[in-house]
Design a protein around this ligand. Sequence first.
Ligand SMILES: CCCCC/C=C\C/C=C\C/C=C\C/C=C\C/C=C\CCC(=O)SCCNC(=O)CCNC(=O)[C@H](O)C(C)(C)COP(=O)(O)OP(=O)(O)OC[C@H]1O[C@@H](n2cnc3c(N)ncnc32)[C@H](O)[C@@H]1OP(=O)(O)O
Ligand SMILES: Cc1cc2nc3c(=O)[nH]c(=O)nc-3n(C[C@H](O)[C@H](O)[C@H](O)COP(=O)(O)OP(=O)(O)OC[C@H]3O[C@@H](n4cnc5c(N)ncnc54)[C@H](O)[C@@H]3O)c2cc1C
Length: 616
Amino acid sequence: MPMNPDLEKERQGGTFDVEQLTHILDGGRDKTLKRHFLEQEVLKDPVFRGPDTRFLSREELFGELLRKHVAVIKKTQELSIDDINEASTIYSAAMNNNVGPLTLHSVAFVAPLDLMADDEQKKKWLIPAKKYEIIGCYAQTELGHGSFIRGLETRADYDVNTQQFVLNTPTETAIKWWVGGCVAVGDIGPKFGFGGVDNGYLCLNNVRIPRDNLLAKTGKVLEDGTYVKPENPKVVYGSMLGIRAALPKVGAYNLSKAVTIAIRYSCVRHQSEIKPGCGEPQVLDYQTQQHKLFPLLATAYAFHTVGVWMLDFHSTVMNEINEGHYHRLAEDHVLAAGLKAVINWKTHEGIEICRFSCGGHGYSLASSLPVIYVNHVANSTAEGETVILLLQTAVYLMKCVIDLEQGTPLDPSVAYLDQSFSKSEQWCSDVDMHSLLKAIQFRSKKFTEYVSSFVKKELMATGNQQLAFNKHKVILVECAKAHTEAVIMNAFVTKVDEILQSNPSVGKVLSLLCQIYGVTEILAHSGDYIQYEYLRKIDLDNIQDQLFKLYTYIRPEAVLLVDAFDFHDEVLKSILGRYDGQVYENMFKWAKASPFNKQDQGTFRKYIQQLKQAKL
Ligand SMILES: CCCCC/C=C\C/C=C\C/C=C\C/C=C\C/C=C\CCC(=O)SCCNC(=O)CCNC(=O)[C@H](O)C(C)(C)COP(=O)(O)OP(=O)(O)OC[C@H]1O[C@@H](n2cnc3c(N)ncnc32)[C@H](O)[C@@H]1OP(=O)(O)O
Ligand SMILES: Cc1cc2nc3c(=O)[nH]c(=O)nc-3n(C[C@H](O)[C@H](O)[C@H](O)COP(=O)(O)OP(=O)(O)OC[C@H]3O[C@@H](n4cnc5c(N)ncnc54)[C@H](O)[C@@H]3O)c2cc1C
């Protein structure tokens, strides 16, 4: 199919090599080539062809995705793929923006076995689980409790005579609920999205399991019922930590898809007239459209950068823990908590902005933006609700203030809290990314000190830390967000500095995105900078001008920047986001193919006929 002339023209501009940026995003040319190979292994294999999942009922969708997920597993085994990124490539190429029925088996059942099973148990369960000879799920949440783990009511009473645990969900609120991939007892019913996953309920009534079913790499129960505590009790939370550490990159992936669709479509879509008689411009030429999409384009790159960094950091900490060193577990937990919370929340807002920036066609499943949205938003709740996780980060920051007062060294990711910040010169409209980072770190430091003063005062008054925290939860959450933004910007600036050395042309365009991200973040909290007397009105006016100027620099690069995400059309599955930009012809073809247009109109006639019989 010929290329849409608008997109063809867009691809003749640009100042950097798209393929080199794709290699950087993938982690090297070899990784890109391997990803292409794996995608083609899926896309050329007829077993992965099937009905357009957007036209399927919930039952049909579950069945089709289960069929495809089994095919993904077989393909992954056939190709002897071990690497999680490569497994995810095969998975994403097949799932058409859905979450597969066996995802929780991989991310929430196999992972805890790997983390907490002793060698015997690994032989018994981990090896068959990795081969899908046993299928598991993660049944923690109950009808009455999800966030407050210490409030869970399920019981496991030890019967010393039979060396067994007797499991019970003693109350209705104890019923295990939301259990992804729980095909045993029952499905909890239709959901907002996640139609590919059968989230189930599980009632336990005197279910007996052997003592050695308790994963014993960390804590264990001896034959006489004595409980041997893990060396570090927090390791039992490790499986949640693992998924949280992965979810920032999942958020970046989903936002990159949405931004690709919205920016390509905004170049194909012509609407209204700026100068009468001069034809309808591309909607991406409107400053308002750029203001919707370019900060999100910058955010997708920022989130990808920090998502990769978080996974590397978490993997290092897990290796240290395997050798018995727990000193970085707390930092790992609060980084994963803050990044998972902020990135997934901002991503779901971003996907929604991408959807309505495509007008009516964004609302059609033909765009796939609604599909990406409803499957993504779960990540702001699942694996730790946004506020809950931000409070974890906030409590850690309060401890950092005390450490500072006591002269205890801080963890690297919060070292900036011990720095002094000053800004004397007036900002013009070309503030560099390092100055923007300093400002964002300054705000986080000031906010942390400000919140800590309130919590301390409350603690002095009540002597109760939980009460003190509970009274200031709103500003504690904002404090955690401010710190997380400093972590994101720091990761982005660090990566861009590195790329400026290795590939100046790519680095330069990324530095523009980094400035857009930083300026947008500062303008979103301009009141704080005035209140803390870090910025003046003239500074804010100048960086507002800078933002609009940056949009003009990014406009000719925009399509190339989303092309660099390198989504195959069959992976993106969006008519608005097609690489060739042939939207209208394919929208019409897609609509005509809808089963709704094929179904017998008998129903329509039957009821309308009743009206006709009535005297209207
Ligand atoms: C075929 C190949 C497929 C490959 C697929 C590839 C990619 C996947 C693609 C897509 C994936 C998309 C979707 C799938 C993923 C996710 C979504 C789906 C399913 C989600 C599954 C679930 O939701 S499982 C249930 C999750 N539930 C929670 O998160 C509960 C949240 N609540 C808590 O964690 C806790 O209650 C708490 C932390 C809020 C409170 O803990 P508590 O012990 O009550 O009290 P505290 O004083 O706050 O904490 C004590 C102490 O522990 C530290 N700590 C807490 N948590 C952790 C942790 N996780 N790690 C380490 N440390 C922790 C805390 O800081 C305290 O420390 P101090 O005592 O030092 O202060
Ligand atoms: C798609 C999806 C898949 C899931 N898969 C699984 C799974 O496979 N296995 C599993 O075990 N669970 C699963 N879950 C459950 C999920 O982990 C919980 O829904 C999540 O942890 C939130 O807990 P909750 O539902 O109890 O919400 P609640 O904690 O009841 O949250 C309700 C509101 O209360 C607020 N709140 C609660 N506590 C506090 C507090 N201390 N301070 C301030 N505000 C508070 C929250 O911020 C929120 O606004 C899944 C959920 C979804 C949506």
